[in-house]
Write a protein that binds this ligand. Structure first.
Ligand SMILES: [Zn+2]
Length: 268
């Protein structure tokens, strides 16, 4: 679809009265979307139920490989059903080769498999939790200022072996650089050291939206603690599988990895 047609489509789609006022986010893979529907609505995206709060707040996100055509169905309290189909703006992903990693970090020895599986389960569970918080509505800031050394969605080839696509962004910064909470929230996880991610923090920003901070050299918060946007939560390091000091920053909605660079402005 041509950009002009696409824009026209979006305007038509979101001009419908059922999608009242506040529509925010990027209609592209990696985008986090929220909207305010009439109170007591329910909704499905591509046939799956998605969260709508009783006041009508709708939140969802598009993963790296989200299909182009999306179908949103909204049922309002009076029983009316609205179907809307729309197209995501396609994006291309970089291919990144990283060589020289220790062999046991690319293909871990069997002795680590149980630990890796256990840690993956912890992260999967935490990143699928949802709460009634709404901190994400107040926007995000960069947790660290620095050069983006790895972008969302890139396909990494580690020592020549294709790995999972990059789930967040990497920000290069010296060891010990202070890391700030990208938005207010509650600390869901502060892990002292995972095989892949090292010292790891996950913050809940509400409605299934969370951010993750990995490879830290130090954490200065505890699980269950509330933090304000901009509060210091730890320091940049290279713990876990990292080839130098940097912050890997991720954004998730209900376990779907989104692109954090879409929710921050370059000057924030
Ligand atoms: Zn990374």
């Amino acid at each position: 679809m041509k950009p002009v047609n696409f824009l026209f489509f979006v305007i038509i789609f979101f001009s419908q009265p059922v999608f009242a006022d506040l529509i925010k986010g990027d209609l592209t893979p990696g985008g986090l979307i929220h909207a305010f529907l009439p109170p007591n609505s329910s909704a499905t995206l591509n046939g799956k139920n998605i969260f709508v709060a009783s006041d009508g707040l709708l939140v969802f996100g598009f993963g790296r490989n989200a299909k182009k055509r999306q179908i949103l169905v909204v049922k309002t309290a009076d029983g009316k059903i609205k179907h809307r189909s729309f197209q995501l703006k396609p994006r291309k992903y970089l291919v990144q080769r990283i060589d020289g990693l220790p062999k046991n970090m690319v293909t871990p020895p069997q002795a680590y498999w149980a630990r890796i599986k256990h840690e993956a389960k912890i992260l999967n569970t935490v990143r699928r939790l949802t709460s009634k918080r709404r901190d994400f509505l107040n926007g995000f800031i960069w947790p660290v200022k620095g050069r983006v050394s790895g972008v969302y969605g890139s396909q990494r080839i580690l020592n020549g072996k294709p790995s999972r696509p990059h789930s967040g962004i990497d920000i290069a910064a010296p060891q010990g650089t202070l890391i700030r909470a990208a938005a207010s929230g509650k600390i869901l996880l502060s892990h002292p050291g995972m095989f892949y991610t090292g010292k790891t923090i996950v913050i809940d920003h509400g409605c299934g939206v969370s951010t993750i901070y990995i490879h830290l050299s130090k954490t200065v918060i505890r699980e269950g603690q509330e933090v304000k946007k901009g509060a210091i939560i730890g320091e940049v390091g290279e713990t876990g599988r990292a080839t130098g000091p940097h912050l890997h920053w991720g954004l998730t909605w209900n376990g779907v990895n989104l692109d954090p660079s879409l929710v921050v402005r370059s000057d924030e």
